[in-house]
Write a protein that binds this ligand. Structure first.
Ligand SMILES: Cc1cc2nc3c(=O)[nH]c(=O)nc-3n(C[C@H](O)[C@H](O)[C@H](O)COP(=O)(O)OP(=O)(O)OC[C@H]3O[C@@H](n4cnc5c(N)ncnc54)[C@H](O)[C@@H]3O)c2cc1C
Length: 472
């Protein structure tokens, strides 16, 4: 079914249907995304204040067959929040729906609106002596609705899971304007299909998440944060197994980083302090946390000593203060920004089975060498098998010189990932960037079911047109 472009007539219907000050011209910040790969073509942004207004907007768009692009913090990296072609759609920003409605420390539940910024949710949990463990480098800008819509991952998936695992229920406006109510915070509710899990990760293509009930956890009282040098990824995997064996489930993060990322930091962000005078080829950042009576730092020290005895580690620094812990994390968290300033030719958010990582990384480099003399910055959440495998131009060259090769580079890496039984989108989603990849590598039965679900729940195709599934 074809959609209509948003025009002046529809914009005035929208203005009439909503309180004053709800409808705005689309400013440039709504039309750009972090990597500059997509340029939006929207003309109007609507900023509802509550779920009832969202439902009214969706019904109006349905009646007039105008597409809607839900918009959170705009930090998505696959163009899901940016519509650049086809009939002009409406941007629906959740930014005004940012209230933390309730924090229940007795049953570890936080209920917030979809526009709440992730770091505000973390702070509200902390103020109630609890923790919300979702943690990403974009946490000061991304919003809970966007996190759930993309099923965001981050650095603590190893212990606490993805956004999906951290959500007890959602409130959402479906494509027909009906409201799905699911904020009870129940941990057990086996009454039929779990629509929460259908909407989580659907990237705005099935409905608009307006609020969520999130899981809280005990606040860590003790941290053991280690920056370690390892010989190679195989040794890093063995080290992770060793630390998990010795730390009783206390390991919450285990990040692998290549020296290329450190070189980029030194070049573009020299203010970020690196923990070793000479950075090793491979390093890991590992964190374990514990409760009030926990002796996590001592246990980590003992585990590190035995790792040295077993030659699982070349060198390690255990953070001695909160300041040093922050410095270690600043290294990991600034790598994406240093990458951005260098400018990648092609970036890949992929996952492969953890035991195959040591062969996947050099296989990728060998395959790329056939296309040119590229630099690879490989880093990521090792314990989840999730690597950011990013390809950069040779030193002294600009990514722009290699645009013509981007498609072949991407295909080379994604073909390799597929041959390893991996995923071409580990945590960023499909958006508009990877719709062709989903068609090429996706399981046919899964794709057929996805198309049937989309047709059943959004028959007019107004919800985020062209994202995840290509327009037909
Ligand atoms: C520096 C940096 C680091 C990052 N690190 C990580 C990381 O470690 N792990 C990770 O998973 N991602 C990471 N990301 C990607 C991004 O931050 C996440 O995907 C985030 O969850 C997107 O949230 P957002 O609010 O910015 O969503 P947006 O970018 O606004 O939207 C993303 C998608 O969700 C849809 N959407 C937004 N809000 C809603 C809603 N309320 N209802 C329905 N659909 C909605 C949009 O239409 C779009 O398809 C990173 C990004 C940056 C820039």
């Amino acid at each position: 079914m074809t959609l209509n472009s948003l025009d002046d007539v529809f914009a005035s219907l929208l203005t009439d249907a909503l309180p004053d000050g709800s409808v705005f011209p689309a400013t440039p910040d709504f039309l750009e995304e972090p990597r500059g790969r997509f340029k939006g073509a929207a003309t109007v942004v609507v900023k509802p204040r509550n779920t009832d207004e969202v439902a009214r907007i969706v019904r109006l768009c349905g009646q007039h067959r105008v597409g809607i692009v839900p918009y959170g913090g705009g930090t998505g990296l696959v163009g899901g929040q940016i519509l650049s072609e086809g009939p002009v759609a409406l941007i629906l920003s959740l930014e005004r729906m940012n209230a933390i409605r309730e924090v229940r420390s007795d049953d570890n539940v936080l209920i917030c609106e979809a526009g709440a910024i992730l770091s505000d949710v973390q702070d509200a949990a902390s103020d109630a002596d609890r923790m919300f463990p979702l943690s990403l480098a974009s946490e000061a800008s991304c919003r809970i609705g966007g996190n759930l819509a993309t099923n965001a991952g981050g650095v603590q998936v190893l212990r606490y899971g993805n956004s999906r695992d951290l959500c007890l229920g959602i409130e959402a406006v479906m494509a027909d304007g009906s409201v799905l109510h699911g904020l009870s915070g129940l941990r057990k509710d086996n009454t039929g299909y779990d629509l929460r899990h259908l909407l989580i990760g659907s990237e705005g293509t099935l409905g608009i998440i307006t609020a969520a009930a999130l899981k809280l956890f005990p606040k860590p009282r003790a941290y053991a944060t280690v920056f370690a040098a390892v010989e190679n990824p195989a040794q890093a995997i063995r080290l992770l197994g060793h630390l998990q064996d010795h730390m009783d489930g206390a390991i919450s993060a285990f990040e692998l980083m290549h020296r290329q990322g450190m070189d980029f930091l030194a070049e573009k962000m020299p203010q970020v302090r690196l923990p070793f005078a000479e950075m090793p080829e491979w390093s890991v950042l590992c964190e374990a946390t514990g409760g009030t009576d926990s002796d996590v730092p001592n246990r980590m020290m003992i585990a590190l000593e035995s790792a040295v005895d077993q030659e699982l580690i070349q060198d390690a620094v255990l953070a001695q203060s909160d300041g040093q812990r922050d410095e270690f994390w600043a290294v990991r968290e600034n790598i994406p920004e240093a990458n951005r300033r260098i400018g990648s030719v092609s970036s890949h958010d992929i996952s492969v089975p953890v035991p195959t990582i040591p062969s996947f990384i050099p296989d990728g480099i060998a395959a790329l060498a056939k296309l040119g003399d590229f630099r690879v910055n490989c880093f990521g959440h090792l314990g989840d098998g999730n690597l950011h495998y990013n390809v950069f131009p040779p030193d002294g060259h600009d990514a722009g010189e290699y645009v013509a090769l981007r498609g072949r580079i991407k295909e080379t890496i994604h073909d390799l990932v597929h041959s390893y039984g991996g995923s071409v989108s580990a945590e960023h989603g499909i958006g508009r960037l990877k719709t062709a990849d989903l068609e090429k590598y996706g399981d046919p039965a899964k794709l057929a079911a996805m198309r049937a679900i989309k047709a059943a729940l959004d028959p007019a195709g107004i919800m985020n047109p062209g994202a995840v599934l290509k327009r037909v």
